[in-house]
Write a protein that binds this ligand. Structure first.
Ligand SMILES: *Cc1c(COP(=O)(O)O)cnc(C)c1O
Length: 382
């Protein structure tokens, strides 16, 4: 039986007005010097925000492109009714490239073998294909020694009418550290790849290098399109380097206390008794745990907002629950506990959680889920 919808045990609330605002704001920032197209990256279920509602909000805010990692994600966008340009960039041999072509998805190829496999799946309509070159991340993308072979093959397939070469792109390793020398080196390598493509007679429809951090901090990396993920969700893409970008965090995670109770000095809390009450206090049981995507590292590290005060998590995060120190207050069971949110009311932010857990906000928001419900506000508005 569904729970009473008015009192969920735990829920993720996603503000689609904030997503629309952020996409518009990022366009303003990235197009300050010259207009560039916007790709909103909605992989990993929209960084935990819900891929389809976020995709709709991004389109409403003018995103010309959506970006996803896997082909399954791209096809899910189509199944959900999205008809705009969609780029996916992480496939393995044997993927259903025919389905991708039929769904008008832009694929990304890293190798000659991948181009050939895509070409073999073409039956009439040419496949839209972009080539990704590795300019120094040493992850996906054609190794420099293979650029010429891959781009030459793309040119042949395009001349044969088998593919349409829709883009050339790469990805930065250190965009969130704007002074890191790898940024200049990668951009320079990318310009070499563009020159090579030009020499081979290729005219990519879009050329792109920048993720959120580079879109905001590195005008020279914007080219014709920027791929914005984390900043679209209102989170800082380069903490310590950005100043106020005017973004609004879209996700709030809240739960209702299952129990509150006093404990005496010396009481050990949660598994392993990694925290022992130094004096008499009161505790609240929050009914979410690591199976709901709350990192176990949050134990003894983060705070949760209860009745207008940030209360520290004590002891280990368990599979289904965690414990907060209410400092002598004894609010009733059912009282709201906000794990993180935009921060406007004084609740912790995903960025604060990330710092406390030794990770990045991306991991905090993309992991949260499990048995929590997700609810969207601002749906269908413009
Ligand atoms: C995830 C991803 C992005 C988005 O990065 P953000 O830092 O979240 O803006 C852009 N490009 C590629 C290739 C990605 O994998």
């Amino acid at each position: 039986m569904p729970e009473n919808p008015t009192v969920p045990r735990a829920e993720i609330v996603v503000d689609l007005d904030a997503v629309r605002h952020n996409v518009g704001r990022l366009r303003e920032i990235a197009s300050a010097e010259r207009p560039v197209a916007m790709m909103t990256v909605v992989k990993a279920d929209g960084y935990g925000h819900g891929m389809l509602p976020v995709a709709r909000a991004a389109r409403e805010a003018g995103a010309e492109w959506l970006g996803v990692a896997t082909l399954d994600e791209a096809l899910a966008l189509r199944a959900g009714g999205d008809t705009g340009r969609v780029l996916c960039w992480l496939t393995v041999p044997g993927e259903d490239y025919a389905a991708a072509v039929a769904a008008d998805v832009d694929l990304t190829a890293y190798s000659v073998a991948e181009l050939d496999e895509i070409a073999a799946a073409v039956d009439g309509t040419p496949a839209r294909v972009q080539v990704k070159v590795d300019t120094g991340l040493s992850r996906g993308g054609a190794a420099r020694a293979d650029w010429e072979a891959v781009l030459s093959r793309a040119a042949e397939l395009e001349a044969a009418g088998t593919i349409r070469f829709t883009g050339l792109w790469s990805h930065l390793a250190c965009a969130d550290e704007p002074a890191h020398p790898a940024n200049d080196a990668q951009e320079s390598a990318f310009r070499d790849a563009l020159a090579l493509a030009d020499r081979l007679g290729l005219a990519p429809e879009v050329v792109h290098l920048a993720n959120s951090a580079a879109a905001v901090l590195r005008p020279s990396a914007r080219f014709g399109l920027v791929r914005c993920g984390i900043a679209s969700y209102g989170l800082d893409p380069a903490p310590g380097h950005t100043g106020d970008l005017g973004l609004r965090p879209a996700m709030t995670v809240r739960a209702r206390l299952a129990l509150t109770k006093p404990v005496g000095a010396g009481a050990g809390v949660s598994y392993g008794h990694t925290w022992v009450a130094p004096e008499d206090t009161t505790l609240g049981v929050v009914p979410v745990g690591y199976a709901d995507g709350v990192l176990r590292h949050a134990g003894n590290a983060v705070s949760v907002w209860v009745d207008g005060v940030q209360r520290p998590v004590r002891g280990r995060v368990c599979m289904d629950q965690l414990v907060v120190d209410l400092g002598g207050e004894l609010p009733p069971a059912g009282t709201e506990a906000v794990l993180f949110g935009p921060g406007d009311a004084g609740e912790p932010t995903a960025q604060e959680w990330a710092e406390a857990c030794g990770t990045i906000s991306y991991e905090i928001v993309s992991r949260v889920g499990g048995r929590m419900r997700r609810r969207h506000t601002g749906e269908g508005e413009r």
